[in-house]
Write a protein that binds this ligand. Structure first.
Ligand code: NAD
Ligand code: UDP
Length: 311
């Protein structure tokens, strides 16, 4: 198939591109490199199976040759990135999703968007099921991201209902692995780089807030399964193994066998207190569940970070 991946030069998008190429597909990457990097696609440069198009998907783009599938992943994703670029974040969720849906409608292509656990906001239901409507601050610092993704989901449903476009909505929970930017502020690259520099680990608040971390290869398999086997209603894709951030700091030091102290810092506004996906729907309709343990995934991420020789 010919597959369009918006945001294909980013962390998840580049791993997805690798996997799609290994399955024999041709991939068109559209990326404006606002948070992505060409080096993530290094091994494909100059080869026939991947075309890289530098373009902001918030502006229209047309393709002559038939497109069969679209993974619309373009969006700043780390809290530091989207708070630095709130307007491009709102535009890519709104205008970018609209343009991606226009391409899907024209080519009769199936389209998947990377929505997020952030649509649940600071959840009052735990673990989060897809039926939960969320608890989102519409004007807070995270709202540019949360509301852009909620709007994107609404747009997908409208195109599905009005134009019969074959749509998929993946609600992605915290995902980590090689190729995250070490300074993107997300907790995994932050702790890994601090640890390798023998610095204290910056735990925000008292560290009692929880997250559930999914390794990137599991995420890519989940996205492809959803594209091929899913239906048009949202599906949580993530790892349900939940851990407090303070415990996570201890685990990562233990796994790397590097003793690190903790530097407690203020908790950012609207930081969700608990987050864990209920993945019953993904298991039932996709036959998917994550395979990689936190220990294995962190070992791979730490050894990748060491290999960069940038620390
Ligand atoms: P990332 O920042 O590494 O990748 C995003 C990519 O999108 C980058 O290459 C960036 O340059 C590109 N991009 C952004 N705006 C664009 C635009 N207007 N036009 C073209 N390209 C644009 O982030 P990621 O972690 O790989 O996230 C990928 C997707 O998954 C995002 O949509 C994000 O919201 C979603 N998601 C990720 C996580 C996670 O934990 N990583 C969790 C929930 C949802
Ligand atoms: N966090 C932290 N120290 C850091 C970076 C993040 O304690 O250096 C916390 C953050 O407050 C949040 C959790 O780790 O509770 C996950 O943060 P991240 O930015 O990775 O993703 P989020 O799930 O908040 O989007």
């Amino acid at each position: 198939m010919r597959i369009l991946v918006t945001g294909g030069a980013g962390f998840i998008g580049s791993h997805l591109t690798d996997k799609l190429v290994s399955m024999g597909h041709k991939v068109l990457v559209v990326d404006n490199f606002i948070t992505g990097r060409r080096e993530n696609l290094e091994k494909h440069i100059g080869k026939d199976d991947v075309a890289i198009i530098e373009h902001d998907i918030s502006k229209p783009v047309y393709f002559g040759e038939k497109i069969d599938r679209i993974f619309h992943l373009a969006s700043p994703a780390s809290p530091i990135d989207y708070q630095k670029h709130p307007i491009p974040t709102l535009k890519v969720g709104g205008l970018g999703t609209h343009n991606a849906l226009g391409i899907a409608k024209f080519h009769k292509a199936r389209i998947l968007i990377s929505s997020t656990s952030e649509v649940y906001g600071d959840p009052e239901e735990h673990p989060q099921k897809e039926t939960y409507w969320g608890h989102v601050n519409p004007v807070g610092e995270r709202s540019c991201y949360d509301e852009s993704k909620r709007f994107a989901e609404a747009l997908m449903m409208a195109y599905h209902r009005c134009h019969g476009v074959d749509t998929r909505i993946a609600r992605i929970f915290n995902t980590y692995g090689p190729r995250m930017r070490l300074n993107d502020g997300r907790v995994v690259p932050a702790f890994v780089s601090q640890m390798l520099r023998n610095e204290k680990l910056t735990v925000f608040g008292d560290g009692s807030q929880t997250r559930s971390f999914c390794y990137v290869s599991d995420m890519v398999d989940g996205l492809i399964a959803l594209m091929e086997k899913g239906d048009n209603l949202p599906v949580n894709i993530g790892n349900p193994q939940e851990i407090t951030i303070l415990e996570f700091a201890r685990r990562i030091s233990e796994i790397a066998q590097i003793k690190s102290e903790i530097n407690f810092q203020p908790l950012p506004a609207d930081d969700p207190k608990r987050r864990r996906p209920d993945i019953t729907r993904a298991k039932t309709i996709l036959g998917w569940e994550p395979k990689k343990s936190l220990e294995e995934g962190l070992k791979e991420t730490i050894s990748w970070a060491k290999s960069l020789n940038r620390i």
